[in-house]
Design a protein around this ligand. Sequence first.
Ligand code: HEM
Length: 128
Amino acid sequence: MAGNGGGLVDGDWPLMGGRFAPVDYWQGALWATLAHGRAAAQFNHRMIAYALLASGVVLLIAGARRPPGPKILYRLAIAAVALLFMQAGLGVATLRAGDPLWLALAHQANAALLLCLAVALAWRARRV
Ligand code: HEM
């Protein structure tokens, strides 16, 4: 996204250029599309983000339905999913605002925090 300026195109949300999938997604070849397509980078980024959000909700529901485990595990899971939703909110705000540096940096800093929490959660979950 940041590398090829994917945040500078299709600044609308939830649609992209008024459509679910952008008209200029395909760049003529697979590599050109995946590595260099700005709209493709953004569309793929959005789809992966939505899949992550859905996984986060499933994780919370699955955690709530299981017999009680260590409190810290639930706290880590709730914190990770909260950061995940914040990440999506920051992403949409960055896009809608035209990709200002401070918001882009906040989105990337939150991504780093989210990664740390996800690693901590996975580490703790392996030791139950
Ligand atoms: C919720 C899961 C998400 C995660 C984990 C995530 C993560 C990241 C990361 C690590 C970057 C920096 C690396 C890169 O540029 O590719 C980035 C950039 C970006 N993301 Fe996301 N993102 C998420 C959701 C979203 C959503 C929902 C949107 C908007 C619809 C969005 C919009 C952007 C934009 C515009 C940039 C480029 C910012 C810049 O120019 O520096 N992100 N995202």
